[in-house]
Design a protein. Structure first.
Length: 280
């Protein structure tokens, strides 16, 4: 999964842009690039501040420290989302957001069209263990936050499934991107089976979140300075929870059930995103 550290890393890559870049841009586009750069700088500075706050708040047992750090990330991302909106870079609209909350833990599953997805999602989730790329645990700006919040690396295999199932059994929620990284523009990558295995092992319902962004921005392979000519409109729709018990009852083994549940999940996302394209 793409992590918040990628946003920090992307700002460092800006030095590679040609010197003549701003000269070849229209004034309005260049102004939008400058505002985007300001947002990246703000994110980096904010990461330093949050790291310090998380370190200062490191008291109590592991669960208490993780919940406290997750709430700090939640508030910081809510503020950053507000700042990007004020800069005129994005606008986010939620449909069915009330389904994010309810009794018991949730396994949140989302597609991943842009770098901003994780910001918008965690800004709505006061408590969630996020599955991040290993690079986030090594990034000097992010590793303290990732460690204190208890976020899990997406390359741990069976250990990751066990860790997520354990947290769900303890009444905590988990957020993951089944594609493992950002989606290709206009489509989906093949879903990995981790989400299905976690749901089947824990018995926790999957809460699907379908994200669209028009025009595309900060997608896979898109430089940070390749900004659209207008504000990016995000639509985040929360679907009905998917009960994994149906697949356990229908299939004799967990691997078969996980494969079929993953196929069903990807089919639903393709159908939902296809309907969005038809409505565009």
């Amino acid at each position: 999964m793409a992590s918040p550290s990628q946003i920090v890393t992307a700002s460092a890559d800006s030095a590679a842009a040609p010197r003549s870049f701003f000269v070849t841009r229209r004034p309005t586009s260049a102004w939008r690039v400058l505002r985007t750069g300001a947002a990246f700088v703000t994110f980096g500075l904010g990461a330093i501040v949050v790291s310090g706050l998380v370190w200062l708040g490191a008291r109590g047992n592991d669960a208490q420290r993780e919940r406290r750090a997750q709430r700090m990330v939640h508030r910081a991302f809510a503020l950053f989302g507000w700042w990007m909106t004020r800069l005129g870079l994005i606008r986010a609209r939620w449909v069915g957001a009330e389904r994010l909350h309810g009794p018991g833990p949730r396994l949140y599953v989302a597609n991943h069209p842009t770098l901003i997805d994780v910001v918008l999602l965690l800004a709505r989730l006061p408590q969630a263990y996020c599955i991040v790329k290993t690079a986030a645990r090594r990034n000097p700006l992010m590793r303290g936050i990732v460690a204190r919040a208890g976020y899990l690396a997406n390359d741990d295999g069976d250990a990751l499934v066990d860790a997520c199932a354990t947290r769900l059994a303890q009444g905590r929620s988990v957020l993951l991107f089944p594609e493992g990284t950002r989606s290709p523009r206009g489509g989906l990558r093949r879903f990995q089976r981790g989400a299905a295995h976690i749901a089947l092992r824990s018995g926790c319902p999957i809460v699907p979140i379908v994200i669209t962004c028009r025009p595309p921005t900060l997608s896979k392979g898109q430089p940070w300075y390749d900004v659209p000519d207008r504000r990016a409109q995000f639509l985040l729709r929360v679907g009905e929870a998917i009960d994994p018990a149906r697949w356990l009852a229908a299939d004799p083994t967990t691997p078969v059930a996980a494969r079929r549940l993953t196929v069903e999940l990807q089919t639903r996302y393709e159908r939902w995103l296809g309907a969005d394209e038809d409505d565009a």
